[in-house]
Design a protein around this ligand. Structure first.
Ligand code: NAD
Length: 479
């Protein structure tokens, strides 16, 4: 069992006072103990970041780009170790853990490219309707930022915040999820060796109450960038409001896949399984409502049941596993509660709903599909964050769009149709930040991440992810 320091401040690893027990969800065994921090550690980390800010924000952007590339190279060099830790701590199959690491590398490389161009574009002329004045626009790093991330894609959600924050010239305090700190700590050790000045990157592991809340309240921060549940997002926003600091929020989803009349059924079934069962459904972007044209519905349901029942669930390190465990006992119990409540509300269980009989321990739940789900039930309306799909037949494109948009969330959506015009028309009508057409859930660093309504405030990735860490200043001079 590993025993790890969980605090990194001003270039030094420290053992904090809060002991976190890290469990392997595939076998329920203790994997590691992490000595995490508390409010005092957050205060020291924030001060270190503040002390480093003047120097770091004045560096040339090409210098910051070079350091981001060193981090990307370091992640690539330690790929195998990171995959092992991600699979062990999250219970996700090796292929999925590898995708996480690839995403981290791509994100650091992308923001290195953007950082390369930052100095040249830092000051740009502004056209004014007057000859008596000239003006320029400057983009400057916003200051010290707190980054709070969840457990479902550790390292990935971190990279989406950390790479643009460092590229912009901000200093950071990162708080990983207390449930999945292992790959994050390895990533932090790569960053610690990359040559960043001390104090630019700081990390405090710990619980949301002891560390996250202290970070959200710290008056020295210019901004908190948070990914997690809506309930905690609201608390972060409330704490940040006390000192009027900026917030970026990436929260929950209840997204739809729309299978239109002209859809290729085989593709639709494959995409429905990916959208619902990838990462054991623990995705804010899970397309957990599947809306199927009524002409295709009977065939679709039969094929989906067969495909879902054939999915190999099991240990991430077993080569044949296609779906792994839920992240911990709490999440396993939450998903079971949702399944039971769905049945009580009158939904029909098509398949799954229980632990696979071949897996006596570990937090495994079989791929689960419901039909006839009441539209006012929690199963239909709330984020389940587990391998649970609700499938429904629709009579028209208009009904599909109306049902998809009938949600307090608006993160993503997916459309399946061989009629490209129809798919594009439907994509335009959906209230979602990202729509895939006949595609799996591909995420590129160049396209924005974030959604409508209660799914998000702001956007990550792309130039929007960078500008989230910049202030805008205009300088106007009289001629
Ligand atoms: P969570 O909200 O419980 O925790 C997220 C982070 O906040 C953790 O690091 C946690 O320790 C911390 N935290 C908890 N209480 C806090 C408090 N009072 N103040 C400050 N920080 C606190 O979420 P989770 O269970 O780790 O992750 C699952 C949730 O994350 C889901 O709702 C999912 O939709 C969401 N999510 C969203 C996105 C997105 O991009 N929109 C991506 C991944 C996950």
């Amino acid at each position: 069992m590993m025993s790890l320091a969980g605090v990194y401040i001003e270039g030094t690893w420290q053992h904090g006072p809060q002991l976190l027990e890290v469990i392997n969800p595939s076998n329920e065994q203790l994997l590691a103990q992490v000595a995490g921090g508390d409010g005092a550690a957050v205060a020291r980390a924030t001060q270190a970041a503040q002390d480093a800010f003047a120097g770091w924000s004045a560096t040339r952007s090409a210098e910051r780009a070079a350091l981001l590339r060193v981090i990307a190279d370091g992640v690539e060099a330690r790929r195998e170790r990171l995959v092992f830790l991600q699979a062990s701590n999250n219970g996700k199959p090796l292929a999925e853990a590898q995708m996480d690491v690839d995403d981290v590398i791509a994100t650091f490389r992308y923001y290195a490219e953007l950082a390369d161009t930052l100095d040249a574009g830092q000051d740009s002329a502004v056209l004014l309707p007057s000859d008596a004045f000239v003006a320029r626009l400057r983009r400057e790093p916003c200051g010290v930022v707190g980054l709070i991330v969840p457990w479902n894609f550790p390292m990935v959600t971190t990279a989406w915040k950390l790479a643009p924050a460092l590229a912009a010239g901000c200093c950071v305090v990162l708080k990983p999820s207390e449930v999945t700190p292992l790959a994050e700590l390895e990533l932090a050790s790569i960053i610690a060796e990359c040559g960043l000045p001390d104090g630019v990157f700081n990390l405090v592991c710990g619980t949301g109450i002891a560390v996250g809340a202290a970070l959200a309240a710290d008056p020295r921060l210019a901004k908190v960038s948070f990914t997690g549940s809506n309930a905690v997002g609201v608390q972060v926003m409330q704490r940040a409001a006390e000192t009027v600091k900026g917030v970026s929020l990436e929260l929950g989803g209840k997204s739809s896949m729309l299978v239109l009349e002209a859809a290729d059924l085989e593709l639709a079934v494959e995409l429905a399984c990916m959208g619902g069962f990838f990462n054991a459904g623990q995705m804010c972007s899970a397309t957990s409502r599947v809306l199927v044209a009524e002409t295709l519905y009977p065939d679709f349901i039969a094929r989906l049941k067969a495909r879902a029942e054939a999915i190999q669930v099991g240990d991430p390190f077993a080569g044949e596993s296609e779906m792994g465990a839920l992240v911990n006992r709490l999440q396993y119990q939450r998903v079971q509660k949702h399944i039971a409540a769905g049945m009580e509300a009158g939904a029909r269980l098509l398949c799954g709903g229980t632990r696979p009989s071949t897996l006596p321990c570990g937090y495994f739940i079989s791929p689960t599909v419901f039909t006839d789900v009441p539209l006012d039930s929690a199963l239909w309306r709330e984020e389940i964050f587990g391998p649970v799909l609700c499938v429904r037949s629709v009579v028209s494109e208009a009904e599909a769009v109306a049902l998809a948009n009938d949600s307090e969330f608006g993160l993503v959506a997916s459309v399946v149709s061989a009629d490209h015009q129809a798919a594009e028309r439907v994509a335009n009508a959906l209230q979602a930040g990202l729509v895939w057409i006949n595609a799996p859930q591909v995420i590129f660093p160049q396209t924005a991440w974030g959604g409508y309504k209660q799914s998000s405030i702001g956007r990550e990735l792309g130039p929007w992810g960078l500008s989230a860490f910049q202030e805008i200043k205009h300088v106007v001079s009289a001629l």
